[in-house]
Ligand binder design. Structure first.
Ligand code: IPT
Length: 985
């Protein structure tokens, strides 16, 4: 206990004295107890001042008049109160690796600015006799960012740091019958800030729960459950001597500190999260705890659970809600887990801090592997060459140890947690070794992880971030890559299990190439090699809801910021799955279906691969459908049965004698029964194939009409061309004539950012792909054919594309009049720039908004992100075809277009393709507008429906923080052809 007068003058000291806390009791597990607890969440009184020196005199005093204070919800971050409006308490700031405050040099004492937003909190509440009569009462804070000084009924209890770590103060001697007053001064900056440089919004407050807990004499302060499984279960619970342990379901009755073998228990895995409800009791307290039996081991260079190799189909998860920031309610936590389980995610790295404790109860229940990370990142020291970096400076080691101890002690009883991570991007040093040693000593039952252990002498696994495909291959094939980054350092890593703790940066449109990572790093052929998959960066876009769209870094006037780099998740800020998440399911989900349309007749066109590590597929039914364009032909069920883990089933479906080029086989794996994460019928995996996988040439009847010329140009069937040979009228509709299009509004993967080296987008803009000048060089009228040649090039550029447009009037298959276009594009000159596309864009009437296509859909798809798309007939409105990435960018492409109609009440256009199938995008704005818009609310329909048809399209990659796309995927200038029939609707 610290007396008031004794500490008042030491306030600054406490903020920066490199002492992790003063006052709290020893860290221990969060236990569910029958001892009384009082949730202090609710409306507190609050006043924000500029500095810890400016707190109102005497505010912790119970008699203090707080009429000038205002109401604030606890838990919450004060920066999240109306951040896009009045922001009464300041606005959040987004920074990636830079510190938001000046960094002391290594030969200086630690200082933080005097301008240090400090929230003065007061909360008055009543307690009953159960609290005042208790032997001991603790006050628990689960998350205060970043420094809290605590008074209870006017007496200072101490102070604490460690924003996402629990602190408990003993309040027994201050607690009074009836009215009690809790006062807390929370400062945003402290020495803890230098250990909390995570890539996220910087915001402050009491943002997790505050609870008062009775601790009965002779009660259960802490437990450490050791529940292993090696064919049989074993249980040992470290706890109070003599405390009884009961698991009714297993008819087990034992005591703490006694190991018992349990023959008939089922193991816990992320696939089969079997939990047993146990009670641990003393005379004065009963704790309920959910036990999962499982054993984590490293066998050679393989991580096993219960003897089986596991593979992480994982995501990095920050805690985020677009309205409440890092304060999450249980509904949101459940929503995350439901979405993850539905989409095949089986693992979470809690980047880069321990989550809300309740979340881990839910991880046990839903079943995910958790790599639990300590609240530690010192990335901003990189800027100074890591000089004075806390993990290598012994002044800081107590703080580091305090953090890892609080991390492990709080969460040690969760079966879901299979590894402890020391933190993120804090370089390396003795500090990390001390943390790791402490963990291995306290809990040898799990592996340890720290990606920055780059000499690989400390932790149990070898992990990297954002490796190139070639590099992952070298790890898999055990070939050394001289000079390749990150290079093996000591050789020890070559004998360790390997995974990517971050890969496939999901910023904006992407990530692409997931299938390529899956093939290399996920051991898809069950070789039982060291490859353990990885964790996508990251789960959710941290956009802030402004009421009209989502804000990102820089929107709140920050001095320094990292723009939209904070929006790099698989789900949009409101948790709408992005196309990237659907692609994750299709490439990395454990249930894989492959259909080869051409082999179906041979009896083995369908392959089902069970990539689960434990469970068979008896929870799924595999339904096939044969569809011809938009008509169901036949449906049935595949006899996949209880296909065991790692096994492969092949089979086929009956085919009709006559097959058409729009015939598709779709196979879906659906849940047979309800689970806690999805209802029966939920589709876990889906794939499709065309029975005729390649386009064939089409025959057309010549039209009754020939081209004819008048003073304004040429007419060909329903098409009218101006004197420069540009298609300007279609039926009665005026068009913005089609032109060659090489440009896509740069996606985040095309743009340089705080971490990305690439300049794909800048190079495209420098080359003028967004401002091509189109010049007709010749128009030849050849009877029923009009041949127009255009040259497209940017101002100042000499390289160009020559496009030959050969138009012919025809009669389409349904007898209507139309035109056929043969388009040939030829590059001329030197084209070093990667292109966004090679296609054409045409401006249609704004009223034409109804789209129907036969091709890949319904979700958007790109050349390196198309496994989630299904062949079929899809319908929608133009508005529905846009994906609202937080920062506008190219989106909405759909490939494999056999036929497309786009129409309104006053007419329309049907396009059929032969020769090759184009991709299309239809938008109410241009790519140029998409490029210049900074937010979704900047995008305004411009009076046209812009239709783009790509002969070839660029891949997505994940270069916003990762390697360039695989060389063969990149789109460079090349000759292309398109062959299209246009008819009137
Ligand atoms: C990596 C960080 O660990 C993560 O927090 C996030 O910032 C991510 O990058 C990019 O979004 S660190 C980087 C140097 C690879």
């Amino acid at each position: 206990m610290v007396a008031n007068a004794d500490t008042a003058h030491r306030l600054d000291d406490a903020l920066t004295n490199l002492i992790p806390w003063h006052g709290p009791v020893a860290p221990r597990a969060h236990l569910h107890t029958d001892a009384p607890t009082l949730d202090l969440s609710g409306t507190w009184r609050f006043q924000l001042v500029d500095s810890p020196h400016d707190t109102p005199a005497g505010f912790p005093d119970p008699q203090f008049d707080d009429t000038d204070f205002v109401d604030l919800a606890v838990p919450s971050s004060w920066h999240m109160v109306d951040p896009a409006g009045n922001a009464p308490f300041g606005r959040p700031a987004y920074l990636n690796t830079n510190y938001p405050i000046p960094v002391p040099a290594s030969d200086e004492d630690i200082v933080v600015p005097n301008e240090n937003p400090t929230g003065c909190y007061r909360h008055t509440f009543e307690v009953g006799k159960d609290f005042t009569d208790a032997e001991r009462v603790l006050l628990r804070f689960e998350g205060v960012d970043s420094f809290a000084r605590v008074w209870f009924n006017g007496v200072e209890l101490g102070w604490t740091k460690g924003s996402r770590l629990t602190s408990e103060f003993d309040v027994t001697s201050q607690l009074r019958p009836g009215r009690n007053v809790l006062a807390v001064a929370v400062s945003q900056w402290s020495d803890g800030t230098f250990l909390e440089d995570q890539d996220m919004w910087r915001m402050s407050g009491i943002f997790r729960e505050v609870t008062l807990l009775v601790r009965p004499h002779g009660g259960i302060d802490d437990l450490f459950v050791h529940a292993s499984w090696d064919g049989d279960a074993k249980l040992l619970i470290d706890g109070p001597e003599g405390a009884t342990v009961a698991i009714p379901e297993l008819e087990l009755a034992t005591t703490c500190n006694t190991e018992v073998a349990i023959p008939d228990a089922q193991p816990w895995t992320a696939e089969t999260p079997k939990l047993y409800d146990a009670t641990v009791s003393t005379d004065t307290e009963t704790v309920t705890i959910r036990i999962g039996f499982r054993s984590v081991a490293i066998a050679g260079d393989i991580i096993t659970v219960n003897g089986e190799k596991i593979v992480f189909r994982g995501v990095n998860r920050h805690e985020w809600h677009p309205r409440t920031g890092r304060t999450l309610d249980e509904q949101t936590m459940r929503a995350d887990l439901e979405l993850m389980k539905r989409h095949g995610v089986n693992a979470i790295r809690t980047s880069h801090y321990p989550p809300n404790a309740r979340f881990l109860d839910l991880c046990d229940e839903y079943g995910v592997w958790v790599l639990l990370e300590c609240d530690l990142e010192t990335h901003g020291f990189e800027r100074g060459g890591w000089d004075g970096n806390p993990t290598n400076d012994d002044r800081w080691y107590d703080c580091l140890l305090n953090r890892i101890q609080r991390t492990v002690e709080r969460d040690k009883n969760h079966p879901a947690i299979i590894g402890w991570s020391m933190g993120n991007e804090s370089h390396c040093g003795e500090g990390i070794r001390l943390m790791n040693d402490w963990v291995k000593n306290r809990d040898p039952s799990r592996f340890t992880h720290y990606e920055g252990d780059d000499a690989h002498t400390i932790c149990d696994v070898w992990t990297v971030m954002y490796p190139s495909m070639e590099w992952v291959e070298a790890v898999r094939d055990r070939t050394v890559m001289p000079g390749a980054e990150p290079a093996p350092q000591t050789g020890r890593e070559l004998g360790l299990p390997f995974f990517m703790c971050e890969f496939a940066h999901a910023m904006g449109n992407g990530p692409g190439e997931l299938d390529a990572y899956e093939e290399r790093c996920f051991d898809p052929h069950f070789h039982r090699d060291r490859m353990h998959g990885g964790f996508i960066w990251e789960w959710i876009d941290h956009g802030i809801d402004t009421g009209r769209g989502y804000a990102y870094g820089g929107d709140f006037g920050e001095v320094l910021h990292d723009s939209n780099f904070v929006c790099d998740g698989l789900v949009l800020p409101d948790r709408t799955p992005s196309p990237g998440l659907l692609e994750f399911t299709a490439t990395m989900g454990a249930v894989r279906i492959e259909v080869d349309g051409e082999q179906l007749r041979d009896g083995n066109g369908i392959t089902v691969i069970n990539r689960r590590d434990f469970s068979d597929l008896s929870d799924l039914t595999f339904v096939w459908q044969l569809v011809n364009d938009d008509e169901y032909v036949q449906t049935g069920v595949l006899e996949v049965g209880a296909l065991a883990a790692h096994q492969i089933w092949t089979g086929t479906v009956p085919l009709p004698d006559e097959i058409s080029d729009r015939m598709v086989v779709v196979v879906e794996a659906k849940l047979v029964k309800d689970t806690i994460w999805a209802p029966a019928g939920h589709v876990v995996a889906r794939t499709s194939a065309l029975l005729v996988p390649k386009p064939g040439p089409r025959l057309y009847l010549p039209a009754s009409s020939q081209s004819h010329r008048d003073g304004t140009g040429w007419s060909l069937g329903p098409a009218h061309f101006d004197r420069r040979g540009r298609l300007v009228t279609w039926g009665n509709a005026n068009l913005v004539a089609p032109v060659l299009d090489l440009f896509r509004a740069p996606i985040d993967n095309d743009r340089a950012s705080s971490l990305a080296r690439n300049t794909i987008g800048d190079a495209a803009l420098a080359a003028g792909l967004d401002r091509l000048v189109h010049t007709t060089t010749s128009v030849r009228d050849e009877g029923d054919e009009l041949v127009v040649v255009t040259r497209s090039a940017a101002a100042a550029a000499r390289n160009s594309m020559t496009t030959t447009w050969s138009w012919r009037a025809i009669q389409t298959n349904d007898g209507s009049e139309g035109v056929h276009l043969d388009l040939h594009v030829d590059p001329h000159g030197y084209w070093p720039t990667m292109l966004g596309r090679i296609g054409v864009t045409i401006g249609l009437p704004a009223e034409w908004t109804t789209v129907s296509w036969f091709g890949l859909g319904p979700t958007e798809n790109y050349p390196d992100s198309q496994h989630a798309a299904i062949w079929g007939r899809w319908n929608g409105e133009v508005d529905d075809l846009q994906t609202p990435y937080v920062m506008p960018q190219e989106n909405g492409l759909r490939q494999g277009v056999h036929e497309l109609t786009i129409s309104g009440s006053n007419g329309g256009l049907r396009i059929t393709a032969d020769g090759s199938w184009p991709a299309f995008a239809a938008r109410p704005w241009t790519s140029q507008a998409l490029r210049t818009a900074a937010h979704t609310w900047d995008l305004k329909p411009d009076g046209h429906t812009w239709l783009t048809l790509d002969a070839v399209s660029a891949p997505l990659g994940s270069t916003s923080c990762g390697p360039m796309p695989i060389m063969s995927h990149r789109l460079y200038a090349q000759p292309v052809d398109l062959s299209l029939t246009l008819s009137l609707i």
